[in-house]
Write a protein that binds this ligand. Structure first.
Ligand code: GMT
Length: 381
């Protein structure tokens, strides 16, 4: 199949999922055309079966806000037409689904048919999409898509609860290449960072307010107050990084924290972690926790959104009430002070991922879904 994929190419879960999906589909013989404003960061370079089409937006003195969505639509029209694509798969509703639906209409006028599949990832439904300035467009774009997927049952329910949707939504969870993401031997790195055998706690995010990165610093401060020998690695960058650094200085724990910024490959850092923390206020799936668990790191997560679906009934992590710093601290303390428990949870975390979210299990579900969309076999609600 020839498939066009559009996503946000920057640091973030939806772009990672879209890119890894494209790479995995290409490896299975499909021809993949990424259409985005820059090369997706996990793509690095184009390879056999992978093409990249950059969307550039020309400015004009009239444009205070250059119309990116329209430039994207025009690029989609061109790529579908000249590369003879069979399907467009867009990730994140705004504006990608809207641009794709419009591109499909333009192509229809030219006698060409291209089905549109939209994957909902998170804040396109839970936060941004519900903003009155976007909600009607999101509803329209979902209903006009030929197929819609969501990354968790939670996100599917949220979509039906908050939008007047008449398309069915297929749940296809996030996935990971468990051969790439596994625990590596990084003992030299660990010794350099923890010369006295300290434990390591890790948080990875884009430091948006929804990630509650400052909660991680608060938990870490409590652990240090109790004299626990532990270091904190904060990976990623974004709006709340400065607040997290400020809080760390205020609480006197800055010297035991390493702010590493955006890092690739993240599995090397996860390989020295003893515990991972995700105290998010909203999380439709939790890709960063999935990556940590794949590397055998127990994940302590908020009991919200799609995170209970990620952990399932496994013992690969624990769920804490939202914003409950005491509960997060207690959970981390138990794991970091009991080596047997840590090892048991680490093993359970890895097993949960291998058994449920491996790339080889999930990609065929997308392929089967594409076929159903192309054959018009989807139900409406
Ligand atoms: O919704 C977002 O914040 C954007 C998106 C991203 O690009 O980072 O993240 C979402 O998509 C990921 C991949 O499907 C999910 O694993 C994340 O849980 C989800 N983030 C939120 O729901 C906050």
């Amino acid at each position: 199949m020839k498939i066009g994929i559009t996503c946000y190419p920057v640091y973030g879960g939806s772009g990672v999922v879209a890119t890894e999906l494209g790479k995995a589909l290409a490896a299975r013989g499909h021809q993949i055309h990424f259409i985005a404003y820059s090369l997706p960061f996990r793509l690095a370079h184009v390879t056999e079966n992978i093409y990249f089409h950059e969307v550039s937006v020309n400015t004009y003195p009239l444009f205070e806000y250059p119309p990116y969505s329209l430039a994207l639509t025009s690029k989609m029209v061109d790529v579908v037409k000249y590369e003879q694509l069979d399907l467009l798969h867009v990730h994140y509703a705004i504006p990608h689904a809207t641009s794709a639906v419009l591109a499909r209409q333009i192509l229809q006028q030219q006698g060409l048919t291209v089905p549109v599949v939209t994957t909902l990832h998170g804040t396109d439904i839970t936060i941004v999409g519900q903003d009155p300035s976007f909600a009607p467009v999101v509803t329209y774009s979902i209903n006009e898509s030929d197929g819609v997927t969501a990354v968790s049952d939670f996100l599917r329910r949220e979509t039906f609860d908050h939008f007047d949707v008449n398309n069915d939504i297929e749940v296809i969870p996030n996935f990971i290449d468990t051969e790439r993401f596994h625990r590596l031997n990084k003992e030299h790195f660990k010794r350099a960072l923890c010369p006295n055998g300290e434990k390591v706690m890790v948080h990875v995010s884009n430091f948006r307010p929804v990630k509650n990165a400052t909660h991680v610093v608060q938990v870490f401060h409590r652990l240090r107050q109790d004299g626990l020998p532990v270091k904190l690695l904060l990976v990623g960058d974004g709006p709340d990084r400065a607040a997290s650094e400020h809080l760390a200085r205020e609480l006197g724990v800055y010297d035991d924290i390493r702010f590493l910024g955006k890092q690739e490959p993240v599995e090397e850092i996860l390989s020295i972690a003893d515990v991972f923390m995700m105290p998010s206020g909203s999380e439709s799936f939790g890709l960063a926790a999935l990556e940590a668990m794949a590397c055998g790191v127990p994940a302590i997560c908020s009991n919200i959104g799609g995170l209970p679906e990620l952990l399932g009934d496994s013992e690969g992590g624990c769920l804490c009430p939202l914003d409950d710093i005491d509960a997060f601290t207690e959970c981390a303390r138990r794991i970091l002070t009991d080596d047997d428990l840590q090892a048991h949870m680490a093993e359970a975390a890895r097993r949960r991922v291998v058994e449920n979210f491996d790339v080889d299990q999930i990609i065929p579900r997308y392929e089967a879904y594409y076929e159903r969309v192309r054959n018009g076999l989807l139900a409406q609600v």
